[in-house]
Design a protein around this ligand. Sequence first.
Ligand code: XMP
Length: 528
Amino acid sequence: MPASQSDGQRKPAIVILDFGSQYSELIARRVRETEVYSLVQSFRTSARELRELSPKGIILSGGPNSVYADGAPLCDPEIWNLGIPVLGVCYGMQLMVHQLGGQVELATGKAEYGKAPLHVDDPTALLTNVANESTMWMSHGDSVNRLPEHFVRLAHTSNSPEAAIADHSRKLYGVQFHPEVIHSTHGMVMIRNFVYHICGCEANWTTTAFIDEAIAQVRDQVGDKRVLLALSGGVDSSTLAFLLHRAIGDQLTCMFIDQGFMRKGEPEFLMDFFDKEFHINVVYINARERFIEKLCAITDPEEKRKIIGNEFIRVFEEESIRLGPFDYLAQGTLYPDVIESAATNVDPKKGERVAVKIKSHHNVGGLPKDLQFKLVEPLRRLFKDEVRKLGRSLGLPEEIVRRHPFPGPGLAIRILGEVTNQKLNCLRDADLIVREEIRNAGLYHDVWQAFAVLLPVCSVGVMGDQRTYAWPIVLRCVSSEDGMTADWSRLPHEVLECISNRIVNEVKEVNRVVFDITSKPPGTIEWE
Ligand code: XMP
């Protein structure tokens, strides 16, 4: 049974079978937005396994293959006989047609990409309240050209005669377009029709329900044992700390390792907030000297990351022994990690399952594998936006909930070349000015990240009558959806001016500010 379904007590109301679409996760998120619990499973999930899960509906995702391709991912044909409503999206619809005796036409250069107005032929069931001529997002090569027996057309577009189809009696539905993407203006109406009216789901995937379930589950798992959590101050570990504190109170110990690479005021803020205000047991470990010593004379960015990661593990091991013993380690694993490690994705060329590489270096100091802990991972069913909602509802301030992403190795990777205390102090001051001015301009929540980078070169400047020879600060500010691609933010000139003036006036070692106008790709967001 895939890893993603054995951990939660609650069974999914909707199962999404993943045929390798980049949108499979998005379908699950959209279904959850309707307060219906959904999980993504491999396309290999058998009809027997599905019967055991007993979802109220199944959605077949899109995928990059043609149903006729060698090794194209197929679903268990018994799925059609389960009596459970099915919605096939794009490849999922073509598969439905193919396996039920209709015909799919191979792409003949008539591929259809982008927005298309949908002409509704049957405004009932799936298409109830979906406006005629509403925009739907198309992205397909192959298309359906003969429907299986008992199927009828629900809608068409100028390029797709069978854009939406149904076998009403068996509650089988297919759409050639992608209702899950934002460009499909009535996509959510359709998803609601499917989950509520066709599958009869109830709206019960709510934050309150999740909190109750998670607390009961954690108490059940942990009993009266002690749990250790490495707190970083990011939204995941902070939300986890709040949730666990509610579930098991003082059985939770949070360890906050200060590597010396956090932003100005952050360690103090964290300790004040968690320890003093909320009485969550946080042990502050000042490891600043250890880390900076290890980085002496190191200039290679990968080497820096490795050294910081290893040192983090060493400190964590020593301190967990000193503070322990602990039976459990709490980790903020999220659902996308679980889906990725379940490796349900499909290689577009071979149609085989391939493992998706997890961004290991993005985890805060990736913890040692051989430590003798059992894991507590109550967030492993949640998407990032659900974690934010949860954090908010548990009482976390917006400052943490909507904090910009911050790399685990912190400012150490935003100082190019060797890291020293002098450079760290300088960058901290410049970084604070950037944050303050972006906030003052009301832009903090409009941008993905805004930060300062310190370059280890000197250039000539003039201040008063004095010639200066000092470092430049790079201002990096980007907009992005997910950090995978990004564009530089077109900040107003007045904001740029203010940031630049303040930095050169207030940060002694800096005499120049430059603005990075590179998108990703080809640049990365961080400078390292
Ligand atoms: P790049 O620089 O690769 O960054 O374009 C993409 C996003 O990932 C963040 N990032 C990290 N996040 N630990 C993290 O939690 C890390 O080690 C790390 N390195 C990069 C980066 O800030 C950006 O948002």
